[in-house]
Ligand binder design. Structure first.
Ligand code: TXA
Ligand code: MG
Length: 341
């Protein structure tokens, strides 16, 4: 199936395989969630597969649909910072400052949990991950869910809407391709356009004396240090099992190379795809998967390009990474994990 960037549901909502409903109406997704069903939702980072964070049986279905181990905790998505704090038992001043600076946005804060965050969300840990997404469609889902349940701090637990260990989805079509089989007749996929950022949120552990970046993203370590006035720490006692060495992997074997090494690619590498900044030319016989102008575009195009490699049945993808400044660090992180077997 191809991956159109446009709106899949501009015309009418449609049932896929006679089952999952694809819709562009946030109210439909909110109603499904309220009833304990699943809704794949757009965020500015990647699409998530959501369930009400207060319903163990709904959350269990998220794990089942993804094929994800039960001890891998989920991020709870809420409408605003005030709602977030009801899920946490203690919030340091500098975590308030991070929320103020970057929410709504591509930032997740790990905090000591309140009684609201059950073991079935946190993987049994005493911490909870919280995020306020900037995607307006998901914002409407949360607003309407809050109204339906008469709970302004309602949470939606949502991991990235991909099978465990695979590439995260950045379009509704990616979710359709990957999860239709795993979803049921009452579940919903909400179309919200291509994800603007393209790689998962920055995760900051806020349980120690200083912020620790558990996963790099669009919000950079420099920005976190600037806002908190603290140097980011190296060591965290928090376990973030999803940040495994091998992750975000397509079927094709991924390797990182330098621009100089590109000249040495052999003709037998015909089934090879290339990811590199537009300033780097494509050698003959190599399939160009993406030619982003800068690191932001690299992040936005990365996962579509890795999916394209599989669609083209390439055996190998070589990537020339961007420089590590800003979101470049997150792109390099994801490429390295995609390259780890
Ligand atoms: O951009 C994103 O963060 C996307 C969108 C959908 O919000 N979500 C996402 O979720 O990437 P997921 O589940 O694919 O990755 C969440 C990561 C995992 O590595 C998990 O281990 C970590 O967050 N995590 C969740 N709760 C945690 C906690 N209490 N302590 C430490 N790490 C946690
Ligand atoms: Mg994920």
């Amino acid at each position: 199936m191809t991956t159109p960037a446009g709106d899949l549901t501009a015309r009418a909502p449609s049932r896929l395989n006679g089952a999952v409903l694809l819709t562009a109406d946030p109210a439909v997704a909110a109603a499904a969630l309220a009833d304990g069903h699943l809704a794949a939702v757009p965020t500015e980072t990647v699409y998530g597969l959501g369930a009400r964070a207060d319903l163990p049986h709904a959350v269990a279905r998220v794990y089942a649909a993804k094929g994800r181990p039960a001890d891998h905790p989920l991020i709870v998505h809420v409408r605003d910072a005030q709602a977030a704090w009801s899920w946490a038992s203690h919030v340091p001043m500098w975590a308030h400052a991070l929320a103020e600076a970057f929410w709504p946005g591509p930032l997740t804060l790990v905090l000591p949990r309140s009684a609201r965050a059950g073991d079935f969300i946190t993987g049994g840990q005493d911490t909870v991950a919280l995020r306020v997404s900037a995607h307006p469609g998901f914002g409407q889902v949360l607003d309407q869910l809050a109204t339906l349940l008469d709970d302004p701090s309602v949470g939606v637990a949502a991991p990235s809407a991909n099978r465990f260990g695979r590439v995260s989805p950045t379009t509704a079509q990616h979710v359709v391709d990957e999860l239709t089989e795993a979803l049921g007749p009452h579940d919903v996929i909400l179309e919200g356009g291509p994800s603007r950022v393209g790689v998962e949120s920055t995760i900051v552990d806020c349980t120690g004396p200083a912020p620790v970046i558990l996963r790099p993203g669009h919000v950079s370590a420099e920005q976190v240090e600037q806002v908190t006035g603290a140097a980011t720490g190296e060591h965290s006692t928090v376990r973030a099992p999803g940040t495994l060495a091998s992750h975000y992997a397509p079927r094709a074997a991924v390797s990182l190379i330098s621009a100089e090494a590109l000249d040495d690619l052999q003709p037998q590498d015909a089934r090879t795809g290339l990811l590199a900044l537009a300033s780097i030319a494509t050698p003959p016989g190599i399939v160009r998967l993406a030619a982003p102008e800068n690191a932001d575009d690299y992040a936005r195009d990365l996962y579509s390009a890795l999916r394209e490699a599989d669609a083209l049945e390439l055996s190998r993808v070589v990537a020339i990474p961007p420089s590590p400044a800003g979101i470049g660090a997150a792109v390099i992180d994801r490429l390295e994990r995609a390259a780890t077997r």
